[in-house]
Design a protein around this ligand. Structure first.
Ligand code: FES
Length: 124
């Protein structure tokens, strides 16, 4: 088995105030990232799922943007309230949360996805 079963890349790119593209950082991406890491650790998944900082993912208009690999699931407009659901339904359950998929054909999953995580044994 590979070191990590999933990588979640979260854009924390910052642009100057007033930039026409905006940026994910000004929309709260660092807080989303921190909560995501905390949620993964709370559930004992930190050793098999890695949440990584990313630069601009070229999905600025949808930010806060993230992508989950190896499946290539793109989410946009992610808020801190979405984090527990992303971990439960997408990371653990292998399910795509349709409302978070950007409304653009380039960010839609190309295939049905239903691979569940292989959970580590519980401690204690
Ligand atoms: S600034 Fe986040 S995707 Fe470009």
């Amino acid at each position: 088995m590979t070191r990590f079963q999933r990588h979640i890349f979260i854009c924390i790119n910052e642009r100057p105030p007033g930039h026409p593209k905006g940026c994910c950082k000004e929309k709260g991406s660092e807080e989303v990232r921190d909560l995501l890491k905390a949620e993964l650790n709370k559930r004992g998944l930190g050793g098999i799922v890695r949440a990584n900082n990313a630069g601009c993912l070229d999905a600025c208009q949808f930010g806060v943007s993230m992508v989950v690999y190896p499946e290539g699931i793109w989410y946009g407009g992610v808020t801190k309230e979405d984090v527990p659901e992303i971990v439960e339904r997408t990371i653990i359950g292998g399910e795509i949360i349709d409302r978070l998929v950007p409304n653009d054909e380039h960010y839609r999953p190309g295939q049905t996805h239903n691979a569940r995580l292989v959970l580590p044994p519980r401690k204690g």
